[in-house]
Ligand binder design. Structure first.
Ligand SMILES: N[C@@H](CCC(=O)N[C@@H](CS)C(=O)NCC(=O)O)C(=O)O
Length: 217
């Protein structure tokens, strides 16, 4: 069976959980406890030298980087494709996915926020301002992109890799109180995705570790 190193709040792992569900693939989750820094410890670095989740294990294949994993799953399991059939469509979907995965997410990753708080000595409100700035700027561009070419989902009326990236990014934005009221198209796509069982089952709150007592509250 496929094995996924994951953490409920990891939006990169969330992308992969959605894709696995869309493809109807069973997998064994292996939780990497990000709050205690398990991802940076030697045992997990043997699995993923970057010390980041997700990692997918498929027999003797070990893959990191969520977008590479999505493309791998799409090639191995072509049903419910994550990319459209035409080259221009595929390029557009990839560009929307990369807008999030390359130009929003890395700026706001846990290790970046920790570095701002720790070595750079930034107070919590400055860190949150940083977070919201990059998130809002990126999502504003996504919203503008949707003005040309959205349907029910980010690219027409079928779910694609773009939606698989968008929904976890909106989860992150909501967690950090980003004002999403100016992004009606993007939120309509988000809501349409959330109505699908594949997305609902992948949601952070639906993962068993979401109720782990170590999280408190
Ligand atoms: N580009 C990578 C990003 C992976 C990544 O940044 N994962 C985050 C969680 S969403 C992580 O493991 N962060 C741990 C840390 O920053 O220490 C991907 O798409 O898989």
């Amino acid at each position: 069976m496929l094995k996924l190193y994951t953490y409920f709040r990891s939006s990169a792992a969330y992308r992969v959980r959605i894709a696995l569900n869309l493809k109807g693939l069973d997998y064994a989750p292996e939780v990497v406890w990000l709050p205690t820094g398990e991802q940076a410890g030697e045992p997990y670095r043997q699995v993923n030298p970057q010390g980041l989740v997700p990692t997918l294990i498929d027999d003797d294949v070990r893959l990191s980087q969520s977008l590479a994993i999505l493309e791998y799953l799409d090639e191995r399991h072509p049903e419910n494709p994550l990319l459209p059939p035409d080259p221009a469509g595929r390029a557009r979907v990839r560009s929307l996915a990369l807008l999030i995965a390359c130009d929003i997410h890395p700026l706001n990753n846990l290790r970046v926020l920790k570095y701002l708080r720790g070595p750079l000595g930034q107070p919590e409100d400055a860190v949150n301002t940083w977070y919201r700035h990059w998130c809002e700027q990126g999502l504003a561009a996504y919203e503008a992109e949707l003005a040309a070419g959205a349907g029910r989902f980010s690219h027409g009326d079928a779910v694609t890799m773009a939606d698989v990236c968008l929904v976890p990014q909106v989860f992150n934005a909501q967690r950090f109180d980003v004002d999403l009221s100016g992004f009606p198209r993007l939120m309509a796509v988000h809501d349409a995705c959330q109505a699908l069982p594949a997305f609902a089952r992948a949601a952070p709150g639906a993962q068993p570790e979401a109720s782990d007592p170590r999280l408190g509250g």
